[in-house]
Write a new protein. Sequence first.
Length: 447
Amino acid sequence: MKYLIQLFAIIFVVTMMVDGSTNQVFADQSEGQLYPALKEFFIQDEWEFDESEFNGNPVISARVSGDVGEWEFLVIAMEEKSLVLFYSILDENVPMDRRQAIADFITRANYDLWVGNFEQDMRDGEVRYKTSIVTEGGNLSADVINSAVYANIETMNEYFSGIQGVATKYKIAAHAIAGIEGGTVDLDANLADVEKLLSASGAGDQLLGFQDEVLSGLEEGQKKTSGALSDDEYAALRGLFQNQFASTRLHEDVTRIMQERWSAAYAESAMDWLNSSLGVNITEKESLSSSPEWQKTIAEYAETEAFSRQKESRLALIENLDEATGATEIFVDLFIAMRFSIMMGMSLADSELQELKLSELRTQVESERDEMVLPIKEYIKTSYLYMYRDFSDDDIQQYINFLESDAGRWYVTVLSDAIAEALINAGVAVGESFPDLIKAANKSEST
């Protein structure tokens, strides 16, 4: 599809600029006549548009509706340069924490584009698709304008859902591009190394507990909505959550995400640390946090004299460790991811939530982030004081030094992001599957 659009644009723009005799010409293209030709085209094509100026250049602006969303469309006539710019601009700017992922997406998209390019302002997250026409004194015909306008719009329409998916964290760039362009992602590369890192880090064990957490949250949601789902509907939804949040499924998704972001050099350095004597001892202690009794143990420890009489230097070191591991931020991210997944399911029974778009639902969940930070930060402090109680200050400082290295930052980021995205993917899969499951269940009951 993309190649047909791009090729169509090239053929028309080139041939019509060479031979304008077969096309309607709106105006004699003397100096200062680009804008009248553009305006006449949009009038004849029955567009609703506004007129304005930008840096002294006349601008036509309009709203465009695509298959899955709408956006702003701008045409800027730069008379002095004999240049016309066409922009499709998304309404919502990309959040700060997703701009690098979008940069990855548009780099992959731009590589095979024959006409135009996607752009992102890294300062505020604005994303747009740009095409242009250089007239060089030639005739600006209806066919040339038509080709430029609709090639721009069709390209944005084709990539719109992918951009939205990556921006809202439920898609990863390579998968989104592969889904649009029909390519594939080599998921076998580095698989053995990813599995080794997951095993050495203890993250594989962490995946075992998410299913129970999500099912518990789902049960709480059903109670809060006063049984909005019927017993059969709730059973069906619970079954979907069990399936999508099964540890084996989450493990598979995490490994795939990590493969796409793999760095052999950083992974080697991370494995060297994890396989060191201190690294092994720390991982063993950290693995205890996956046990069912952990929260009870931490609550009891918080009441002890040992907890209340910590030295200031130890507390400062633990706070530094929290920052280096990103534990508070990661736990909040995981809470948001699980909350988003649960709300995806419960939205199917809540008429108000059903009206929300995916991005709006995520915004609603994100609004809970600030109120979660302080209690989670306190929980992390208590957990770390207990977890690392047998390690010296020097041991902990060595751990911090690794985490603050380039390899350590990559290790923490790729692991935590992969887990959070796998949880969101599972929630989206539940939301997409549930309506069909209910229809099938209702049809079965009626027969």
